[in-house]
Design a protein around this ligand. Structure first.
Ligand code: PAF
Length: 280
């Protein structure tokens, strides 16, 4: 597996692969890889001749009071995991390699970035779209893989690729969960033992919501109320949002009809966790 820190190294390798007619799959990550990432890399491995994993904690998607400095990192473990799955190249740039001494160009997706996590993280999705655009241009991939756990991110990246005419297929992959249902996330490492137990409340509440929708509930308010009540029963939790939105424009719905994203963001202690389900 090639370990590349420079954009020029990745571009040179991509040029060779393209010349040889190989297809390329890209898995953008911020490292500290877990089984959720592994599932994306495995899928990319199955569907492409060559697989590039980017491993970069992107500073511009973190707000001033967020966890950029403490975001977990373990590049050696990431390399081992990528190699064991058969990734061909891991791209691990320093921030200065990506953004130089000064950086002035940003990519944003209006409307879809404004609600849900965008409300409390106003610059987040512009940071994500900008780095993903750069990675698309560096890796020239045929397919890029994103987890459905970050459902808003996935919808935004899909929209961006469509609106900006990228010749890249955006592949959404299912949420991978711990045995008790907690969605895998690098941020789960912030939870102490008591918080880790409490965190299962997100999945419990969403499971109830999903059951209601499957049973034919059409009133979004009732589903929000049921989910809220369950989450609030956990003393360590503090809700950021519980929302039902259409899965195209991510606008709040009153009536459940068509593809609906039900998404929650909840603080467990100081750690903000997200989870969701999509009802077609
Ligand atoms: O989902 C993530 O880990 C990040 O937001 C991404 C897509 C790698 C961009 O930095």
């Amino acid at each position: 597996m090639i370990v590349a820190e420079k954009i020029s190294e990745v571009k040179a390798q991509v040029r060779e692969w393209k010349k040889a007619g190989y297809s390329i799959g890209l898995v953008p990550t911020m490292g500290y890889l877990h089984e959720g990432h592994a599932s994306l890399i495995k899928r990319a491995r199955q569907e492409n001749d060559k697989v590039i994993v980017s491993d970069f904690v992107n500073p511009i998607q973190f707000g001033p009071n967020e966890d950029l400095a403490t975001y977990p990192r373990d590049f050696d473990a990431d390399c081992k995991l990528c190699e064991s799955i058969g990734a061909d190249l891991i791209f691990h740039p320093e921030p200065v390699e990506m953004y130089g001494d000064a950086f002035f160009s940003y990519v944003g997706v209006n409307t879809l970035s404004e609600g849900l996590c965008g409300k409390s993280r106003p610059i987040h999705f512009n940071g994500v779209c900008t780095v993903v655009t750069k990675l698309f241009n560096i890796a020239e991939a045929d397919r890029a893989y994103f987890g459905q756990k970050d459902a808003q991110q996935l919808a935004i990246v899909r929209r961006m690729a469509k609106d900006l005419n990228y010749n890249i297929e955006i592949v959404g992959c299912p949420i991978i969960r711990e045995e008790d249902g907690l969605a895998k996330s690098s941020r789960n490492t912030y939870l102490n033992a008591e918080e880790r137990k409490a965190a299962v409340i997100l999945h419990k509440a969403l499971t109830k919501g999903e059951e209601m929708v499957k049973a034919g509930e059409k009133d979004a308010k009732k589903v929000v109320a049921a989910i809220t009540e369950i989450i609030e029963s956990e003393p360590l939790s503090k809700i950021d949002y519980v929302e039902l939105v259409d899965y195209e424009k991510l606008q709040p719905v009153e009536t459940i009809d068509g593809p609906i994203l039900t998404a929650v963001a909840v603080y467990i202690g100081k750690t903000r966790l997200i989870d969701n389900f999509i009802a077609e």
